[in-house]
Design a protein around this ligand. Sequence first.
Ligand SMILES: [Zn+2]
Length: 301
Amino acid sequence: MTRVSLLLMLACLSAGRTQGKQPVQGPVRKTCDSGIVLKLSSATTSQGSLLLAEISGAKPSQEFSAEWDGRPIPVWRETPASPTLHALLGVDLEKPAGRYEWKITWSTADGKPLACSLPVTVRAGKFPTERLTVEKQFVQPDPEQQKRAEEDQKKMKAIYDTITPDVLWKGKFVVPLKGVSTGGNFGRRRVLNGEARSPHAGVDFPAAAGTPVYAAQSGKIVLAENLYYSGNTVVIDHGFGIYTLYAHLSEIGVHAGDPVEVSAEIGKVGATGRVTGPHLHWGLTIDHARVNALQIVQRRP
Ligand SMILES: [Zn+2]
C-alpha cells in the first residue's frame, strides 16, 4: 500500500459526502502564478470534517508555506522529488460556520514572493444534544480532581502542539476494532447532570470490556496513561500534526515512545474515566482540529 492510497481515499470521501440535505460542492482547483496549481477536495464542508489539499506543479526542491484560517499548517511530499505537495485541513467541530481561506506562499527562483489561496465555506454541523447522568465527580470535580484534569489538558495541548515532520503512516487508516465499521456520538452537544459541557469530540464504539483495540495507523505512541476524564488513554502520533486517541481502556498494552504498526494491539476496551459503560472512544485530531475519525477510513459508498 502506498501513501498515495490514503490521499486518494480521502479525495473520494470528501468529494462524495453529503451533509444533511445540502448538496456538497465537488473538488475545486485554481491555477496560480508560475504554474502552481492548488486543489481542494471540496470548497464547502461542515464542522468536524476533513479536507484534502494539494499543491502541484512545484519544482522538486521548492518550498511552500501553508496557512489554514491564518494558522500555519504542514505540507508534505510523498517523495522528496515529487512535484506535488499535500496537506490535510481539519475543520474543528466547534469552528464557527463561515468563509475561511487556505493560503500558500512561496518564492520564485529569483526570490520573488508569491501567494495564492482558495476559499472554503464551513457550514454548521447537525449534531444532536444528549443528556446524560454520570457520577457527580465528573461534572463537579473537587479541587484536586480539577487540578488533575487541568494537568491532563496541558499534557494533551503539548502533544498537539508538536508537529513531527515525518510521514509515519503507511497505507490506509483502519477502524480500531475488528469487525466494526461504524460508531456514533461524534459532535454531540452534551448536557451532563443538567450542565452544558464541551461537545463530544470522538467516535464511540460500544464493545464488551476486554475487546482488543488496534492502532488505526502506524506511528509513535506519545501517551499511554490514565487521564482523569478519558481514563486509560493511548495517543498515537502519525506525523504532520495527525493524531489518534483511544480512551476508556481497561488495559494499556503499549508505552510512550514505542513505535507502533497499523492494526497492532494497543490495549483493551474498558470503562475507565467518565463513562456510562464499556466502549471505545476514538478521536482524530489534525493540527488541533477535532474531526470525525471515521472520515479518515470511510469510503464513498
Ligand atoms: Zn466518547
